[in-house]
Design a protein around this ligand. Structure first.
Ligand code: G6P
Length: 585
């Protein structure tokens, strides 16, 4: 799972490096590029972020043909050998790949039998070694043998074009004046084009300075219509903040403003209306990671309001659950990127069963938005930090809007009041607390109802960027197993915003205290001094209307996770081992 780019034009190395930086959200384990000029390849590879590659690349203003890659390791270790581009055995063809070739072992064995030598362990290198020359026929021949997902861009030493193919991994093409580019994400085109061509699964072909040739999966030559792109979405700078993550947490206020405004427009109200008129008797909310937690928040709204069974599941598990998904099911897919492979696969599973498909995405040109019957945009603007913050906030608000609309309840007024009182917590207090949390290696988050959902999301945030072992446990469930882990080196964060559940949650917290565990209470309730005295630390978080509490409470807690990561010396924007958009299952 990775980001790939190909470019024909002047300043080849510089353009490729800029593009790779825009694609780094897809992985940053290693990066590489190959540029061809006068029939010769020059290749650079470096382990780690694109900035490491940048240090070794010699820039040239001259015209060139180039391909480049930023990697999130799937097959094979993080090493130079496994860094793309990979080459054909005779060295004349270079290739970059995003996706997973499922039958690579079988293909590799065939090549090994022909004494072809491999340098690394990637499935991608196997595809490169299947070529000895590059033209449309050799590409077609290789594609017929591949099983799996791929976006491929290939370059030959003597060629004046780039070849490409796409199946279940995104790939786009754009033309500028005297240049052409192909990339995993249209954000790479921002400097020279305002429209792009979208490739469909099974498409392949070639691009050159003169023209593009597209074939579809039936080997028919096809014409592509350009699509416009709104690049206002992109945000390249940190606006004075030290990291994107903290900037993005604070952007939640703007996101809320934008959602209130946009979801009063005729266009979006028409989409909500369309959903209201669909015939369904079950609702499924589906996502991965943070998006799944937004689904849980959505499930709590929908369950409270409708006499309809509402389920929420992680995308990779949905197909294993034998749910009764059919034409009476409303399936809502939540995905910031709109490119998460697990979510795409679950969506296709539901589509095959004739379910109504609604997407909640942040990227309107994404695969999930494209595959859905109705797309509800979340208007969070580009999110660069791997740990999702403002997008989670926006997903929760959008589902709140949808559930209010379906129920005929006003959402504008409550959201406006929320916007005027939105509170991100006190920095000094949060930083002090972050110093405490950073000292622990094991953390439980406990809560009940919506507080349990918030516990799951904050726990995920904390582990993603601090590398502290953390897990969320439903308060009542603690005594059924997890309590055995508690000792004086364990911190338990108790989240409590529901008055009715407070007494029970408190008892669960005391069960921890009696076993020597340390306690941090996070609450929006009034807590008297006797109760406070039982906690090692207390953080009061702002109150708001009950329905909106999950969106309010999460804000200071995202900051707590952020400050804890900084306290531990980590870069919160680029946590180890992770990628923002996971395009493999
Ligand atoms: C990755 C990211 C998470 C994100 C999840 C779902 O695992 O690291 O932060 O929540 O994917 O991403 P999506 O783009 O589908 O919301």
């Amino acid at each position: 799972m990775c980001g790939i780019i190909g470019y024909i034009g002047k300043n080849c190395e510089k353009v490729l490096l800029t593009g790779l930086k825009r694609l780094e959200y897809r992985g940053y384990d290693s990066a590489g590029m190959t540029v061809s000029r006068d029939g010769e390849f020059v290749t650079y590879k470096e382990v780690g972020e694109v900035k490491n590659l940048e240090k070794i690349v010699s820039l040239s203003e001259d015209f060139g043909y180039g391909i480049a890659h930023t990697r999130w390791a799937t097959h094979g270790s993080i090493s130079l050998e496994n860094t793309h581009p990979h080459f054909s055995a005779n060295g004349s063809v270079a290739l970059v790949h995003n996706g997973i070739i499922e039958n690579f072992e079988e293909l590799k064995n065939d090549l090994l039998a022909k004494s072809i030598r491999f340098y690394g362990q990637t499935d991608s290198e196997v595809v490169a070694k299947m070529f000895d020359k590059l033209n449309i026929n050799s590409l077609r021949y290789v594609l017929k043998r591949l099983v799996g997902s791929y976006a491929l861009v290939l370059l030959s030493k003597d060629g004046e074009q780039l070849y490409f193919a796409k199946n279940r991994s995104p790939l786009y093409v754009a033309r500028g004046e005297d240049c052409v580019m192909i990339a995993s994400d249209p954000s790479c085109f921002v400097d020279f084009a305002d429209s792009y061509f979208e490739l469909e699964d099974g498409d392949y072909g070639k691009i050159s300075l003169k023209n593009d040739v597209f074939y579809n999966k039936n080997d028919e030559k096809i014409e592509k219509m350009p699509k416009k792109i709104d690049f206002n979405f992109l945000s390249e700078d940190k606006s004075g903040y030290e990291h994107y993550m903290i900037k993005e947490i604070y952007q939640s206020r703007l996101v809320l403003e934008s959602l209130i405004e946009r979801y009063q427009t005729t266009n979006l109200k028409a989409k909500l209306e369309e959903i209201k008129h669909l015939e369904f008797d079950r609702i499924y909310l589906v996502g991965c990671g943070t998006a799944y937690h937004a689904g849980l928040v959505g499930q709590s709204y929908l369950n409270e309001r409708f006499n309809i069974d509402t389920f929420c599941d992680i995308a990779s598990e949905l197909p294993n659950k034998n749910y009764n998904i059919d034409s009476h099911s409303l399936c809502i897919f939540i995905s910031q990127s709109g490119e998460t492979a697990d979510t795409i696969s679950a969506l296709k599973f539901c589509k095959e069963r004739d379910a109504h498909i609604v997407a909640l995405t942040n990227v309107e040109y994404s695969t999930i938005a494209h595959l859905a019957d109705i797309n509800l945009p979340i208007f969070a603007g580009q999110e660069k930090s791997v740990a999702s913050t403002k997008a989670y906030f926006a997903q929760c608000v959008t589902i709140y809007i949808l559930s209010c609309f379906l129920q005929g309840k006003d959402y504008v007024e409550p959201l406006k009041i929320f916007k005027n009182h939105i509170d991100f917590g006190d920095d000094n207090e949060l930083k002090k607390l972050a110093k405490v949390v950073a000292r622990y290696d094991k953390v439980f988050f406990i809560g009940r109802g919506k507080d349990y959902i918030t516990s799951q999301e904050v726990s995920l945030k904390l582990k993603e960027i601090t590398y502290i072992f953390s897990t969320a446990v439903a308060s009542g469930e603690l005594k059924h197993g997890s309590l055995s882990l508690v000792d004086d080196k364990f911190l338990t964060v108790v989240i409590s915003s529901d008055k009715e559940q407070f007494a029970k949650t408190l008892s669960n917290a005391y069960e921890i205290k009696s076993r020597g565990g340390k306690l941090l209470l996070i609450t929006s309730l009034f807590v008297d001094s006797d109760v406070r005295g039982n906690f090692d630390y207390v953080l009061e978080v702002p109150k708001t209307e009950n329905d909106l509490l999950p969106m309010q409470i999460i804000l200071p807690l995202q900051k707590l996770a952020y400050f804890t990561a900084c306290e531990r010396g980590n870069n919160p924007d680029k946590p180890r081992n992770l990628a923002k958009s996971v395009t493999v299952e």
